[in-house]
Write a protein that binds this ligand. Structure first.
Ligand code: PMP
Length: 446
């Protein structure tokens, strides 16, 4: 039976966390899992099935975080468990060519419009890093352009301006602050990174004109999904594509988040785009570390013979390829019925939440694109860029809400800058439980 009381026992999670701190730095393996986000201490998750997870104390939650959206098929989908177990029994990985990677690549190409050819990696960070290296090699130019508030991974030259700042610290629109998001970065790498506000074509055009013939690529998320969920303005991405083409700049669309969630072919299909290079991750491996970059064959051919180097012991691991192949097959069944299902269910959830906020007089909105959604505490009707997010969204309040929701058996993403996701494993019953839990959480926050 689902736990819906405020007296949830988390003593075992706490004990594990104390023990974890003896062996793991800060007791975790990523700062997004530790005490800065979960100030009451992380909840140790022990089991997942379908749309639900259970913690070390046996508390049950409807899970909308879903491994930051990697689990598009939900937890422990029986067919995927079988597929992966079979692959494991025959040999999990050879670091040599396999037929499984050929079939996975064929499926990927059939689904993703711009993917003339593909290379598999293990993480989204690797995929975007390689896409940029490739763009530099192909164009012979050194600089690239990214957008403030966008995140593309955690390696040196891309790790800039991807965190929210106090409104007074973001700099001018025409000259955004280029804050490195980590110490220890190679500062020289950052010199080649140009940062521009998103959803703003004049700023983009100005930045391009200020660096004639120097920019190899512009890299963008299709939906700004590391500042909650912020959709592109109508025509923005097409405008970006046109500007890039006009100036001989490669257009890299980072679909690590949007891939295999919004439409069978990702947001390039949904927004009718033709990027030169694309990166995918998360949902591609449905829980296993599988990512990819793909695109124009003439650009990708720079990889031939290791001219642009891409190594990796674990690339295209056999178990990962089995999982990806099976999941992509499921996602294409019945003309993409899975996508219609998650869009509809997310409509119900977002509609219910919006109505609840209205009825209770809570100044909050739900921003979403398809199954990706984020609740934002704000007096505004919508948030359309990083600067508005930094200025008008109450992130602390969102964090308090997420902890309250945990107590009532709903696990949403605990960071205001991230988002939550509806998957094919969620049900109408999950939506009802979530709305009931949200009502209780709002009451107890008030
Ligand atoms: N690109 C985007 C848009 C992302 O959101 C992320 C991860 N949140 C990455 C790249 C990096 O992916 P990974 O965590 O698999 O390295």
């Amino acid at each position: 039976m689902m736990e819906t009381s405020q007296t949830q026992n988390r003593s075992r999670s706490q004990q594990w966390f104390e023990r974890a701190q003896q062996s793991l730095v800060e007791g975790v393996n990523s700062p997004s899992r530790g005490a800065t986000v979960y100030t009451a201490g992380p909840i140790m998750l022990e089991r997942g099935q379908g749309s639900h997870v259970w913690d070390a104390d046996g508390n049950e939650y409807v899970d909308f975080m879903m491994s930051f959206g990697a689990l598009i098929q939900g937890h422990a989908h029986p067919a995927l468990v079988k597929t992966v177990s079979n692959a494991m029994a025959e040999g999990s990985h050879f670091a040599a060519a396999t037929s499984a990677e050929v079939e996975a690549a064929e499926r990927f190409r059939r689904m993703v419009p711009s993917a003339e050819v593909v290379r598999f990696t293990n993480t989204g960070s690797e995929a975007t890093m390689l896409a940029l290296r490739l763009a530099r090699a192909h164009t012979g130019r050194t600089k690239f352009l990214k957008f403030e508030g966008h995140y593309h991974g955690w390696y040196d030259d891309i790790l800039v301006a991807s965190n929210p700042l106090p409104p007074g610290a973001v700099g001018l629109r025409s000259d955004p602050v280029k804050i490195a998001d980590s110490s220890g970065l190679n500062r020289h790498a950052l010199e080649d990174t140009i940062v521009v506000p998103w959803n703003d074509l004049p700023s983009l055009e100005r930045a391009i004109q200020n660096h004639p013939g120097q920019i190899a690529a512009v890299i963008t998320e299709g939906v700004m999904a590391n500042m909650g969920v912020i959709p592109p303005d109508d025509g923005y991405l097409e405008g970006l594509q046109k500007l890039a083409r006009h100036h001989g700049i490669l257009f890299i669309l980072d679909e690590t988040v949007t891939g295999f969630r919004i439409a069978p072919g990702g947001c390039q299909e949904y927004y009718k785009l033709q990027p030169d290079l694309v990166s995918f991750g998360k949902a591609l491996g449905c829980g296993l570390p599988v990512a990819a970059f793909a695109g124009r064959a003439d650009v990708m051919s720079e990889l031939a013979g290791g001219s642009v180097l891409h190594y990796g012991t674990h690339n295209a691991s056999r178990i990962g390829m089995f999982a990806a192949r099976a999941s992509l097959r499921k996602l294409t069944r019945d003309g993409g019925a899975a996508f219609r299902y998650i869009w509809n269910l997310a409509d119900q959830l977002a509609g219910g939440l919006t109505e609840l906020f209205r009825r209770k007089g809570v100044p909050a909105i739900v921003q979403r694109v398809g199954p990706m959604f984020q609740i934002m505490f704000t007096e505004r009707e919508s948030i359309r860029d990083y600067r508005e997010f930094c200025r008008y969204v109450d992130r602390r309040k969102y964090q308090r809400l997420s902890w309250k929701l945990f107590e009532f058996g709903v696990y949403i993403s605990p960071a205001a800058t991230l988002h939550s996701i509806v998957t094919v494993a969620h049900t109408a019953d999950d939506v009802e439980r979530t709305l009931a839990a949200m009502e209780k959480a709002l009451d107890s926050l008030a």
